[in-house]
Design a protein around this ligand. Structure first.
Ligand code: PGA
Length: 264
């Protein structure tokens, strides 16, 4: 069975508990649940507990933005996936801001992915290249290294459940996403890595998202790219009208998909 499309709101280090609650309240009145589209909210740690009581799970699921790779112990300031598992179904892992500002290495990301899986949390593994790496034609190598390392401690069954997000770092936080041909090439390369390591069935089961300046006007184009199963949305997810429009755009894309399948 085909998995639903996925739209993930990455709220990063924005919103207090109160603000997050107001936003969820507005979203819950604006967003209609659509079969075929799963909407996941990733607030900061503090908001997870209150939001888990406020959301309707037919409408929204929760994700953490990160987690620590050891389950329990003397690690001041850390929150483990073992602690998060009661609250979230997903976790963003290896976001470029974690890799850059918190010095997360390929191996740290690998250990976090394994810890999430061990705790029944679905990783949303972010991969992507910098502007310089693209200019140096290193994109394929970078994506290869990020994917191969991150997945190296997983079984094929584990991998078939994970979500990968292509997030070119140079396209994050702007007003326009990467061009469709760039996204298509990267996504096809990402899928090829999974196929090489785990086979076609696992590749078909993995969902691949695009993230980087997703705004409502670009959704139809991005969703029509081959191999794309959804979006990881940053700043536009902080505005309930924009985020609702993005979800509607993804829903419309699924309708187009099923039209194509009916004709095919
Ligand atoms: P953006 O962020 O939509 O603001 O570009 C996306 C992300 O960093 O996940």
């Amino acid at each position: 069975m085909k998995k639903p499309k996925l739209v993930v709101a990455n709220w990063k280090m924005h919103l207090t508990i109160h603000q997050a609650s107001v936003l969820v309240n507005r979203l819950s009145k604006t967003v209609n649940p659509h079969r075929g589209v799963e909407v996941v909210l990733a607030p900061n740690y503090l908001c997870l507990q209150p939001l888990s009581n406020e959301i309707d799970r037919r409408q929204f699921r929760l994700a953490a933005q990160d987690g620590y790779f050891i389950d329990e112990g003397s690690f001041t300031g850390a929150v483990s996936f073992a602690q998060l598992r009661e609250l979230v179904q997903y976790s963003i892992i290896g976001h470029s801001e974690r890799r850059r500002y918190f010095d997360e290495s390929l191996e740290t990301v690998r250990d976090k992915v394994a810890a999430a899986v061990r705790n029944n949390i679905i990783p949303i593994l972010c991969v992507g290249e910098t502007k310089e790496e693209r200019a140096q034609r290193e994109t394929k190598q970078i994506l290869h290294d990020q994917i191969v390392t991150a997945l190296s401690n997983l079984t094929s069954e584990d991998v078939s459940n994970i979500v990968l997000a292509y997030e070119p770092i140079w396209a994050i936080g702007g007003s326009e996403p990467a061009k469709p041909d760039i996204i298509e090439k990267a996504v096809s390369w990402i899928r090829y890595q999974v196929r090489e390591l785990y086979g076609k069935e696992v590749e078909d089961s993995v969902r691949v998202l695009y993230g980087g300046s997703d705004e409502p006007e670009f959704v139809a184009d991005i969703m029509s790219i081959k191999g794309i199963d959804g979006l990881l949305v940053g700043h536009a997810s902080l505005n309930y009208e924009q985020f609702a429009d993005i979800i509607m755009g993804v829903h419309l894309a699924t309708l187009n998909d099923s039209d194509q399948a009916d004709k095919g």
